[in-house]
Design a protein around this ligand. Sequence first.
Ligand SMILES: O=C(O)Cc1cc(O)ccc1O
Ligand SMILES: [Fe+2]
Length: 482
Amino acid sequence: MPVSNFDFPEKYQYQNGFGSYLESEAVPNALPVGQNSPQKPPLGLYAEKLSGTAFTAPRHENKQTWLYRVLPSCAHPPFEPCPPSGNESVADEPRALKRLHYIPNQLRWDPFDHATASSTGGSTEADQQQNLPDFVQGLHLLAGAGDPTLKQGLGIYVYAAGRSMDANEAYYSADGELLIVPQEGVLDIRTELGWLLVRPMEICVIPRGVRYQVRLPDGSGPARGYALELFQGRFTLPELGPIGSNGLANARDFQAPVASFENAAGAWGETAGDAERGGEYVVKAKFGGKLFRTVQRHTPFDVVAWHGNYYPYKYDLGRFNTIGTVSFDHPDPSIFTVLSAPSDHPGTAIADFVIFPPRWLVGEDTFRPPWYHRNTMSEFMGLIRGGYDAKKGGKGGFVPGGASLHNVMSGHGPDVDSYEAARNAELKPAKVGEGSCAFMFESCLMVGVTDWGLKTCQKVQEEYNRHSWGGVKVHWKGAGVH
Ligand SMILES: O=C(O)Cc1cc(O)ccc1O
Ligand SMILES: [Fe+2]
């Protein structure tokens, strides 16, 4: 079922369509007509082009958006490195990426902690709140591959945010496009192109370079979830092949924001101040895995109108049209692909985002859960809610907010109890996954685990393999015996 609708404030109006060429004006006639860069753009705005692909990328891949804004985004003092955070968050990423641990063992993590205060300094509730990490401070690189400076590879993150980013703070990543998968808590995301409200069972994608600010709406509680940053390429919809022209995630269900701006002006070095924000706006940038910051005298959220096909978007996983066998055998999980970031080799993804939503299993004479297997692709899994049909839940199991990694050629499959149950199950039509949703980031790359993921987070289940497969039984009866 789609995430329930409620009355959306005006800021959450959306435009529908995946990869569509869209346009949006927060003020009528802010977009120039018939050209992109007139001598004087309408309303005294600046025209600024945001290129998401090389200028010369083929038409079907070319991504760009024209922004019409109060001040161009180049007007800022030099960026300076942020000091290391000391808590192995995104600010410590370059070190983390250089020290990845490549491990052939199957790994599973207990649910990651919610945001905790970094110090006890300050006794008031407001002080304590301020000591909690915001979305950027609470982003931890768990695993990764490649190098953002070469635009190769990806980063897998978990996040735990206990407060909104400051009202005068924005963040962007030059390293890649970020897919965010909330597991608990609502993210109210202000982007240069407008607002996105992203709740558990929804996802969003923020393209490389787009500035944004993540807020936690009042009363929605702390936020926790997963994210994947693509250092290379972009997410797109998977081919449908013989499925035909509809199915899986349909293009019209992807939602892009409408233009929305803060009414504030005043360039760096000028005296004209930003009344609303006290004239100061912190912009943080992740660049080559390193965090930088600058303080500018104008809001980055001053885009009054835009047109293009390079924009953030959200998708409600409840709208996924799940397809499966109606005869026999368990299909490859690629049938559940929501988004795919292809490599240069057709059919082989740098990252596929795959979900396991509730679905009917009707296969006859079929072992219905996933088969035992080894894969040249690496498989990182998380659980948004409920359970997963191949793994037990409960303490020490695969539970919401936790994760697993089955790396290149690491054998895995149902744990012994799930296997025995499915082997003996009566094969009547059965609904699995009611109220559940697991997901997988599947990559052609070998994924290394960070120090934080292996040690600091203290969530690795040491006995994962033994508990899952230590007790697998021999059913072999000897040659010729059925
Ligand atoms: O390993 C997993 O649980 C993910 C998975 C699910 C499935 O249905 C088939 C293959 C596969 O890797
Ligand atoms: Fe698998």
